[in-house]
Design a protein around this ligand. Sequence first.
Ligand SMILES: Nc1nc2c(ncn2[C@@H]2O[C@H](COP(=O)(O)OP(=O)(O)OP(=O)(O)O)[C@@H](O)[C@H]2O)c(=O)[nH]1
Ligand SMILES: [Mg+2]
Length: 540
Amino acid sequence: MASALRRCTACLHPYRPVTLRCSGRAASSSSKSKREEPEPRHIDEDIDEFDDVLGELHRRRKKMDAKRNRTGGDFVDFLRVTVRGGKGGAGTAAFLPTKRGLGPPSGGNGGPGGSVYLETSPLVTSLTSVSNRLIGGQGGHGAGNLRHGRRGDDITVVVPVGTVIREIGREGEAEKTGRENDDLGLSREERHKRTQERWFVQHPTLQPNEREMAEAEGTCRRAGRWSRPTPSFEQEPALEMDISAPLTAPVLLARGGAGGLGNPHFVSGHNRHPRLASRGVLPPTRTFEFELKLLADVGLVGLPNAGKSTLLRALTGRRAEVANYAFTTLHPQIGVVRVLEDGSWAAEQQGPVEETEQEREFDALAREVGEYVPLGRASRDRKRTERTRFSVSDNPGLLARASENYGLGHSFLRSIERSLALAYVMDGRRPDPAADMRVLRAELEAYKAGLAGRARVIALNKTDELPEDEIESKVAALRATVEEFGDNAEVLVISAKFGTGVDRVVHLLADAVDAARPKPTVKEEKPEEIVEKAEVEELF
Ligand SMILES: Nc1nc2c(ncn2[C@@H]2O[C@H](COP(=O)(O)OP(=O)(O)OP(=O)(O)O)[C@@H](O)[C@H]2O)c(=O)[nH]1
Ligand SMILES: [Mg+2]
């Protein structure tokens, strides 16, 4: 066995079993260097070198996509989804057999198609699980002996709170067939014949005549089961939803189509044996955009490689990916900063912070209804109880022209759009952090007016590597820029890597978030009301 793991004589691979086929190429200095790790790419020199940066970004995106396909999902924050209710089942033309020939009509109706519903869940944090085609189940066809088709299955799509949904297009069967008819250059009569073929099912052996068809068409039209144009956005406004709180009941995105009518519906004064039934309705196809805007209280904003993920780690103890190249972070990540009564914050603590089971349940419920208020804790150890908490999102690096969707552009900007406060992380090693700050501000403003002004902290990072006088001049330049724009932000000197100055960041952000948070509206129930409620409950 030992000989099976001998060093390969051809390529000098130390562990290649000799039984495995080796390419036989002797190890040369060039093949050796190929196996070495590639040098990390730095883009510090000029952030506007789009070709280089975008090339690097493209390579990393491709790698991530390959990984996502292998592992079945990562993080998706934008999706275009096609939604359609299920098609209704067809009705049936059938007759009860009698000794004297054709008995009364007995074709069952088709079942309605399934609908598509939307729900939220706190367990879902990304749009990864949302399919880009959501089609309700088809209704079952009717059968003889008045057996009606079964209802199509409903579909429920689950999204995280923070998802914005926009209807951007709709097209129905009438429009599609109209286009086809135009392409085929059909005459008026031919079009009508085609429509009748689409909407009627005939008895397997008995052919309906023209008059029967015309009568049945009238019945279908009156019942609203005939070809109808899809309402335009002017006639029926597009569905738009901004889900900023958990949904209490499922929301209908697309209704299933009505089932077709069995032949008993087409009986008339002069036709006791209708030989046709109608088909089910195919509902219009709607196209929606699903966009996830994360609901972190604080967003970290900075150029690539500025140290945002390192700061997130320092603040929350969360293991965000940190590396010395641009675009290490490709998707927003969220961590929670828990500030304790004694002014320290949880990531600093060696042991766990005390939190009772009851408090945990309360917190989960409060976060779900969006009314989180820190409780007076039950713990006797005042030092280790929580005063407040806020969530922080670490975001991909921002590039100049991100607002035009360059780099990771919008995917990054949309996740910070709802943050109550922002913290700019500036790389102190770059020659002019004040100029970088202008780039950040300009991009945020271009994406959404007023967004840049939400910055409460301008953190000059990596100051452990800078001499005192350089720190002073860079801080002065940053302060001048803050004043120039009239921002309500404080310039802080930090080193995210070594945790210096981070304390002040936490407290400034905690205060900013507390001030900006909508005040909870907890209704107080009066004792009499509670009694009344109890009495009512008893009655039922
Ligand atoms: N010396 C020093 N290095 C730091 C400091 N903060 C971050 N770094 C280093 O800077 C590099 C980039 O840090 P990241 O936290 O990945 O930067 P980022 O802003 O998240 O980068 P992207 O995700 O690519 O946008 C890493 O090598 C860190 O170790 C600091 O305070 N001092
Ligand atoms: Mg990062």
